[in-house]
Write a protein that binds this ligand. Structure first.
Ligand code: ATP
Ligand code: MG
Length: 414
């Protein structure tokens, strides 16, 4: 079935974990979305024998192999030599590859150093692949009927050579499956609840459906392959949407809860302000990530101490005293105070205990209250409890604050 692709990432800094491997995940995703079946991704150091063994194993299991790293001009760049060993050929200076190296230098008005000749020394029989982003040409060599692509290690160069040289050749095999990739971003409910609502959909062998928590939101990812992939992907999305209803934030990869909020505010010509304690400005920060946020957000309050909640937002001292800053009452008073002072249509507030440990009044770590108020008199609070560490509590609180605002704006439950 389909075109099997195996991936090999090389480099001692990658195998030792000092450079997180960015290449294999990117290649795995790009290959899958293009319609390949990724069989494995290996990570090895830059020892020639290790690289040769990894390529050899990859050739045994796949129809095409993507190798990254070790194409530079230095002694520790041994991927070309390793490929020659696997193919049982020697390496030789390649005039065509040298022309690519020279051309790259010429564009920068420079001359290649003699050492750069290593980059043009390829396993005999290979095709050099132009690299629009760097000096090292990629390499293509057919080994035991399998196309082995050597791609540069720096991610930007790797992506360019994959897109411009490797991918068109994979497409030309005619063996890539029709593939449809879809995503639904959700907010406001834990992954377990999302998964429970779509349990049967996830259990079906096709399309492949998975839930992936990411920074307080949960992505539902759909992968449909084979005939009618697009239609089956869309039908699956429609079914999941029907089940998840108000929890769905978007069906576009880069549209997250803050984008949905800004879009909803802009459509309605409404303006929001923020009153943040536990999130320390993160809600405001997330809003201003979105292009066009200046239409709907002029500023917010960061009121971390009781005094600032009192002095800037007018939260009554007696309320802070009797209920504590981490309380539904104070969350609501922060939102109403901000709403009046900033003369906005909506205000959203956060207060809580990020931890580690409880606050001075004994409120448990991970306790959060979100408050909101609207100009037409709407008010409310949302009590939450997160069992995660400090930064994650803050991030999730910010996501929930934005999601609460999204639901109020769109008239959705929850
Ligand atoms: P160069 O000409 O820069 O030596 P190269 O093709 O020989 O390129 P490597 O020497 O293996 O590639 O890696 C160069 C740099 O690219 C690494 O130091 C690292 O910063 C980055 N890099 C390599 N492989 C990866 C990877 N799998 N994930 C993320 N970054 C990587
Ligand atoms: Mg190198």
């Amino acid at each position: 079935v389909g075109l099997r692709v195996a991936i090999v990432a090389t480099g001692h800094e990658v195998v030792r974990g000092t450079t997180p491997d960015a290449n294999s995940p990117w290649l795995a995703r790009a290959s899958t979305e293009a319609g390949a079946r990724v069989t494995s991704a290996r990570v090895v150091g830059d020892d020639e024998r290790d690289v040769a063994r990894a390529i050899d194993d990859a050739v045994a299991e796949a129809d095409a192999v993507l190798v990254t790293g070790g194409l530079g001009p230095t002694e520790d760049d041994r991927t070309r030599a390793a490929l020659a060993v696997v193919a049982g050929v020697d390496v030789a200076f390649d005039a065509q590859a040298w022309a690519l190296v020279e051309a790259f230098f010429r564009r920068a008005a420079q001359e290649p150093a003699p050492m750069q000749r290593r980059q043009a020394t390829l396993p005999r029989g290979s095709t050099p692949l132009p690299n629009s982003q760097g000096t090292a040409p990629g390499v293509l060599l057919r080994v035991r009927g399998v196309d082995v692509f050597l791609l540069p290690g720096p991610p930007r160069e790797m992506r360019a050579v994959f897109r411009e040289e490797a991918l068109p050749r994979l497409v030309a095999t005619g063996r890539l499956d029709p593939t449809a990739v879809r995503v639904l971003w959700t907010a406001g409910v834990p992954e377990s609840e999302i998964a429970r609502s779509i349990e049967d959909v996830m259990a079906a062998p096709e399309p492949v459906v998975g839930t992936h928590p990411d920074e307080g939101e949960v992505a539902v990812r759909i992968l449909a392959r084979g005939a009618d992939a697009a239609a089956r992907g869309d039908a699956c999305v429609a079914e999941i949407r029907r089940r998840l209803g108000a929890h769905v934030v978007s069906d576009v990869e880069d549209v997250r809860v803050q984008h949905a909020v800004v879009a909803a505010l802009r459509e309605r010509r409404r303006v929001v302000t923020t009153a943040e304690s536990i999130t320390g400005g993160l809600v405001a920060r997330m809003l201003v990530e979105v292009p066009g946020s200046s239409d709907v957000f002029r500023g917010g309050f960061v009121t971390y101490s009781d005094e600032w909640k009192r002095d800037l937002l007018g939260v009554p001292a007696a309320l802070l005293e009797s209920k504590g800053a981490v309380s539904a009452e104070v969350a609501e008073a922060m939102a109403t105070g901000a709403l009046e002072r900033a003369r906005c249509d909506y205000a959203v507030s956060t207060t809580g205990v990020a931890g580690p440990g409880p606050d001075a009044r004994g409120a448990a770590e991970g306790t959060v209250f979100i408050g909101w108020a609207s100009r037409d008199g709407g008010r409310g609070t949302l009590p939450l409890r997160f069992a995660v560490s400090r930064i994650a509590v803050q991030r999730r609180a910010a996501v929930r604050a934005l999601d609460l605002l999204r639901r109020r704006l769109l008239g959705l439950p929850g």
